[in-house]
Design a protein around this ligand. Structure first.
Ligand SMILES: [Ca+2]
Ligand SMILES: [Ca+2]
Length: 339
């Protein structure tokens, strides 16, 4: 896809080349730059012992109250990245060895209920609430709304709409609510919102290397947290897209949108929904030399909108990015903590 933007006149020319770099477009959700509008608009210390099962190794570790809901992830030397990249431009390669300390990671993506506790305690206002809008996927909008908002689509990914009044409390549309979604992941939260939550909880965002090491569950060179097979025993192990994108989600896994954060246990570290469900912010800059006001941050794991045909990013090595202030209906986070 080629994009030419003439900022002075807000003219955006796009040449679509589908299939060359499968992309759901959710890394382009920048409020000011990408919308068609007229003016304003790891993991192992080789488990320290490769042959030792995580549970055996950590059987003696007592769970302290402050780390309830978190798993102890063993550090050590861990391979991250891959020498068989699916998206070269994402810089998935090369595979490299990183050294990590032991750390804790939330077993689950942060839920709406948990985020509510945070907001109630701090009166925090998310960036989407302050900006007054966030990005929604087209299927959450009625045909009439899609028509009314067609000038607010993301130029390079027209299935994304910038929608006023949408935020974490009404994640699926202006008139939606959190009823029934209490245990689903919080979405429409920016990187800064995620940092604020983790800080309040006495935690922090994981680095990309930590996130990926945890995702790999002690296995080397596997695509997914459990291995290389997408559907072991013909069972769904993650919440992604089945069918044709972007108009034919058959939801064979039971979920057209997000699923509860405790739905899919994916590896021996007792981590759920690492891949699939919602993308997860990490602490890392996409480009370490980026000193802009709102630099891109690395996100991991893919989301319920990912399908192999265009966005095969529900792999441990896969990565994408958004600017710090971005928010969308398929982007959340979980927190880490030093051990
Ligand atoms: Ca699904
Ligand atoms: Ca996830």
């Amino acid at each position: 896809m080629t994009t030419l933007t003439l900022h002075g006149n807000w003219i955006i020319l796009i040449i679509f080349v589908y299939g060359t770099n499968g992309d759901c477009g959710c890394n382009k959700l920048e409020r000011d730059a990408a919308v068609v509008e007229e003016s304003d608009q790891v993991c192992q210390r080789q488990a320290r012992n490769t042959n030792k099962h995580y549970r055996d190794y950590y059987a003696d570790v007592e769970v302290e109250p402050e780390i309830e809901g978190m798993s102890l992830i063993p550090g050590g030397s861990v391979h991250i990245g891959t020498d068989i990249p699916h998206f070269q431009a994402d810089r998935e390669s090369p595979e490299r060895l990183v050294k990590l300390k032991d750390f804790y990671l939330d077993k689950h993506e942060v839920s709406n209920a948990k985020f509510e506790e945070f907001v109630s305690a701090t009166k925090y206002t998310t960036e989407a609430e302050r900006f007054g809008d966030s990005f929604l996927f087209k299927t959450l909008l009625s045909a009439a709304e899609q028509k009314r908002l067609e000038d607010y689509r993301v130029a390079s990914a027209p299935w994304w709409y910038k929608v006023s009044g949408v935020g974490w409390r009404n994640p699926n549309g202006v008139d939606s609510s959190l009823n029934g979604l209490e245990q689903h992941p919080v979405v429409h939260v920016s990187w800064r919102d995620a940092v604020a939550y983790c800080t309040w909880a006495g935690k922090r965002l994981p680095s990309e290397a930590e996130w990926e090491a945890a995702c790999r569950g002690g296995k080397q060179r596997k695509l997914f947290p459990w291995g290389n097979k997408l559907m072991p025993k013909d069972q769904h192990w993650l919440n992604i897209w089945q069918g044709d994108f972007p108009d034919g989600n058959t939801a064979d896994d039971g979920y057209e949108g997000t699923c509860p954060v405790d739905r899919y246990r994916q590896n021996v570290y007792d981590l759920y929904n690492m891949v699939g469900n919602v993308w997860e912010w990490t602490a890392d800059l996409w480009d370490t030399s980026d000193v802009s006001e709102s630099p891109n941050r690395v996100k991991k794991g893919g989301s319920y909108l990912c399908h192999k045909s265009y966005c095969f990013r529900y792999r441990c090595a896969a990565r994408s990015q958004n600017t710090e202030d971005s928010s969308a209906g398929n982007l959340g986070f979980r927190c880490a903590k030093d051990a």
